[in-house]
Design a protein around this ligand. Sequence first.
Ligand code: ATR
Length: 278
Amino acid sequence: MSETVRKAAITGHPVAHSRSPLVHGYWLKKHNISGSYGRVDVPPEGAEDFYRNFARYGLNGANVTVPHKEVAAAACEWLDEAARAMVAVNTLWLDETGRLCGANTDGLGFLGNLDQLAPGWDVSRESAVVLGAGGAARAVVWALLSRKFTTVHIVNRTFEKAAALVEEFGSGTKAHSWDKLGTVLGEAQLLVNTTALGMTGKAPLEIDLAPLPDTALVTDIVYAPLETDLLKQAANRGHQTVDGLGMLLHQAVPGFERWFGVRPEVDDALRSLVLEDL
Ligand code: ATR
């Protein structure tokens, strides 16, 4: 009897540079699973139709990347708690009855990375500082609130965007403009950069870490370069640091498990493989 070949793909626009096929391809091979993981470029004008009629496209599941995370969420008949909170999905599957289901695993990816590389990082959780107020910040704020941080300070160049996130998440979050950074850093146990600053080809993130308590953990969701100027400065000051590559890898875990039935590990060989591709 022939085994059913299960199929998944990264969907979005563009998808040519996505590293998801590399990650899932590594796990498929490692676990000797006869499945496939490809790329489907979904042009914006066809996105609503694609996700509404997902079952017709021969896929068992998919990841969703920009700019379709919200359109795909709207097409789902069931959403997990994170996707409901963020009104955006990055992981899709069809259930036994053919319903399109969606999850947002970006926040879980953020947590999985810290849990793996800095065990016990959330023991002190009175105050965290999140730089930025875009889609990535939304996932990180959701994740920190799910771990019961008392206060998540959202610091953004455009104050209104930080205030909009606070409006969304409510108690436990506070919005600040960039000039208040020094004050909020002084009480933080965790600093997270979710802006694109520091990424190869972007402006550097210029920030004075002097007010940050010595015991605070510093993490960046930027992973190219792996060691950003923020992480270098933090390490030089004696802070524990965690780079952003693991968030990319850990957010892929729940989808793979859902589609192919095995919970994969983020191991050193996978990290090296993706690093070589950066
Ligand atoms: P993502 O979905 O990856 O989070 P985004 O929604 O474009 O991307 O958000 C980018 C974040 O980086 C925003 O918080 C943005 O600040 P603004 O809301 O003020 O635009 C921040 N950012 C980008 N360039 C910046 C810069 N030069 N200085 C400060 N913040 C910057």
